[in-house]
Design a protein around this ligand. Sequence first.
Ligand SMILES: Cc1ncc(COP(=O)(O)O)c(C=O)c1O
Length: 451
Amino acid sequence: MEPIDLRNPDVLRHTVPDLQPMQAFLEHPLIFDRAEGVHLWDVDGTHYYDGLSGVFVVAVGHRNRRVIDALTAQMERLSFSPPLHGTNTQAVRLSALLASLAPGDLNVVKLLTSGSEATETAMKLARQYWKQAGAPTEYRVISRYYGYHGATMGAMAASGTPRRRVPFEPLPTGFVHIPTVHCYRCPFSREYPACDVFCAEYLRQVIALEGPETVAAVIMEPIGNTGGILVPPPEYLPRLREICDALDVLLIFDEMITGMGRTGRMFAAETYGVTPDILCLGKGLSSGYAPLAATIWSDRIQEAFLGPADAGLEFGDAHTFSGHPLAATTGLACIAEILERDLLAHARALGERLETRLLAMGERYGVFGEVRGAGLLWGVELARDPTSKAAFPDDVAMGHRIGREAQRRGLILRHDPHWLAMAPPLVTTPDELDAMCDILEQSVAWALDEL
Ligand SMILES: Cc1ncc(COP(=O)(O)O)c(C=O)c1O
């Protein structure tokens, strides 16, 4: 390969990074070069702990030997198969495995390549299902403010933050938003548990007002990422399930982040004991070794797609790379890694250690309003005064200050002006976790000193 000057703006201007101001990238490009386990190195040889698993992706760690060997062997055997004529052994294997792992009667699996595709597929499935199940007026999709379901037009229409939507409007119609669950800063100004999870109950009113005969599905992340790892109280998801059942609306869980062991069970659906009608996976499903996502649906939905072979009952959703044999291979290897190394139990135990460290930091520095999470998915909502819940002024952007300092000290975190999130790989050792927490702690101390 020709040598290339990776610092030269004339070279970098051809590259568009995700969600970063182009100029900032040109001035301070962070270009990763190699990785191992929970460690990353950039092109200058600077070391970083991957405290976010890339972006909630690298569950089984970087340079995982099982995944690399499986991929290499599969490349020698079959790298692509004609998707319009059939599928391939690896796609069939992974679909059957996911069906056996998914709760309830979630038994039908469409393999895809990105989270956006998986959520769009789920919403398209819900609409086509109702058309074929005798309720053709059901098309609306209800989702939550703060939710994020992807970057394609339909997924964005369901997403609930203006920054991700407004630049691209008008978006597809037929999408309705409701406030999310956020017990620390309740959108209805109520207090849990006296509120009796009014935010869930509100869905019943919205479906009634939109017209139950027009609503196809409700889509949500069991734990919301945007807003700072928004963990629902135990009654919330069961109540939503009850409302969807009562009003015959499909419930879709977007488990892009919470799936594949992140909450200490294979799916958050199990963590909360609620089975959706459609479950979307991505990110940790392949740990990033290949683009892979999945939409899994129930036998009940599938019934509307079964009938005589000449009845034209196909699901009208096709992607060139769906069921890609290399991607499916990574899924199989990652699941084997999670199950055989019991990374679910490890995530639960390590998650407790992380929670303990975060709570101790909160005590010591007095600016952690709330620490919330499950398994190895944790968020910290920052507050200038945790007693009154007063936030830091927006222009202080305390979360960014801490997050950027952590990065300077060698830890990759998710940070927003008012919150931070940590989600290290499921293979992280206690010592590695402690090292990450030490950097976070030093960064909090630094940010407060600098104020
Ligand atoms: C909850 C959730 N859904 C969907 C997506 C979209 O996935 P992708 O970026 O793979 O298209 C994301 C991505 O961050 C996500 O966090």
